[in-house]
Design a protein around this ligand. Sequence first.
Ligand code: ADP
Ligand code: MG
Length: 237
Amino acid sequence: MSIEIKNLSKRFGDFVALEDVTVSLPTGQLTALLGPSGGGKSTLLRIIAGLDSADEGSVTIEGVEATHLPPQKRNVGFVFQHYAVFKHMTVAKNVAFGLEIRKRPKPEIVERVDELLKLVHLSQFSHRLPSQLSGGQRQRMALARALAVEPTVLLLDEPFGALDAKVRKELRDWLRRLHDEVHVTTVFVTHDQEEALEVADEIVVINEGRIEQVGTPDQLYDEPANPFVMGFLGDVT
Ligand code: ADP
Ligand code: MG
């Protein structure tokens, strides 16, 4: 099973944001979508999520034809760079939100939130407000919230982009370990080569709306498909 993206194109007016993008993202894998700013990463992620629609092409998620499904029918979880947390709700309430609106039984919610807070190492902060967390802790809360409803796919758009380098590195390592525990199919958008190379099973390099290469970190290093990939990865110091 997988996410199958076939011949996706997206234009904004005359501007071509995605051009005939075809790629397969295997189930259970942590895939990084890597490329320079303006390359089309967020546009592709939004189309996978159903937050935006393509002009041409199709998206299939785990065998389900999803091209015309609304976001809530796609069973995807999201985390963005600036996650919209509920400021007046405790950490536990934020994590419980998706379960509350689905009217899950109370004991089930309590148990699941407990589990999730353990998973993201925030158990001792369950009664705090988001404003009483650090930036890194807030993004861990956002991840727990996204995972609460057991999404088929987790979509992360530069989730650590706003944090300082040290925290970013910690969270990257932590995400890798978390993924090894939960194995949810994850697409991680970043413009940071080092981040992609360290965190991902496989990397999709995208530039100017086109896919330049798909490969493991080693493959990209050893056999860059073209001068763009070579130059882009060459920026890693
Ligand atoms: P990335 O996430 O890789 O930085 P984006 O997918 O956000 O890139 O954007 C790709 C290109 O499409 C950029 O040049 C951006 O300006 C353009 N773009 C994105 N969204 C819109 C929009 N809603 N209207 C017009 N242009 C857009
Ligand atoms: Mg973006």
